[in-house]
Design a protein around this ligand. Structure first.
Ligand code: ZN
Length: 144
């Protein structure tokens, strides 16, 4: 005989709600955690989406998330590095889920949230460097 998970009351088979407290007795269908299983891993929809960490930190993010193809960012072809960073931003979360064993979707999202914050900071610094610092160095060179 199963027991109510809320009040502990013994309930008969076939009950949808606990007759004592009204708790739903339907078994929560949690999808199996297949992270780390490579191509056979099922990627949960909720982890997909843009990864600032993968985009801005590329190979550093790749080491910690076992996404070794992040190192392709070093291929010395003009523009390729930037294109690869964008691909990492798009596909990074999915690859990280496939390549590394995660405890849960929540743990994955918590970890990637930290990476995203770091990625946004690095990206912002890069933009500031491009827009402010480089002209600040170059303009005086042309003026004097
Ligand atoms: Zn109950």
């Amino acid at each position: 005989m199963p027991f109510c998970p809320k009040c502990g009351e013994e309930v008969g088979e076939g009950f949808v709600f606990c007759p004592k407290c009204g708790q739903s007795l339907k078994v929560e269908v949690t999808p199996e955690n297949t992270s780390g299983q490579g191509d056979s891993a099922i990627v949960p929809e909720e982890i997909k989406g843009w990864s600032w960490g993968a985009f801005a930190l590329t190979w550093i993010w790749g080491i910690f998330n076992k996404v070794w193809i992040a190192f392709l960012v070093f291929i010395p072809v003009p523009i390729f590095g930037l294109v690869w960073a964008i691909i990492l931003g798009v596909k990074g979360n999915e690859w990280a889920w496939r390549n590394k064993k995660w405890d849960s979707i929540e743990q994955f999202k918590d970890t990637q949230r930290s990476w995203n914050i770091a990625g946004i900071v690095v990206f912002a610094i890069s933009v500031v460097a491009l827009v402010v610092i480089i002209p600040a160095i170059l303009i005086p060179l042309f003026l004097f």
